[in-house]
Design a protein. Structure first.
Length: 134
């Protein structure tokens, strides 16, 4: 997900698709949150990221098909998979798409290829503590 400030995140889930929700939904003992920040983000970039997030929320369903394609890619060691749907996203895809729109992609691949692990391992992001989010 993308932290938007004011305890809000952009998240994609199977129930609501791409939506802005309270961080409290995940800030409990059921989840172990880890935080990363894109290196080189300016205040203007942050503003654009938040703006794009609110523009995109509610406009995409959750992409079960993309998850299946990720599993096929992993199982059969395929180098890339097609975009399952232009109307559906997974969270890592939404994250990379927004950062790419701002001109600060985290990966050197199309957003529909992005997995959470890709973003976590990106050399263009660094681990942070929640206190320093924005």
């Amino acid at each position: 997900f993308i932290y938007l400030g004011n305890n809000k995140i952009l998240n994609a889930d199977s129930k609501n698709g791409l939506d802005v929700v309270s961080l409290n939904k995940y800030n409990n003992s059921n989840y172990k949150l880890r935080w990363r920040r894109r290196i080189g983000i300016t205040d203007f970039d942050k503003h654009q990221i938040v703006s794009y997030s609110y523009i995109m929320k509610g406009n995409y369903k959750y992409s079960y098909g993309q998850i299946i394609l990720f599993l096929i890619k992993k199982l059969f060691r395929i180098s890339s998979v097609p975009d399952f749907s232009k109307e559906e996203l997974v969270c890592s895809e939404a994250t990379e798409a927004i950062f790419k729109l701002v001109g600060k992609p985290m990966l050197r691949k199309d957003p529909h290829q992005a997995t959470p692990l890709d973003i976590w391992k990106s050399q263009l992001s660094k681990q942070i503590t929640p206190i320093s989010l924005f």
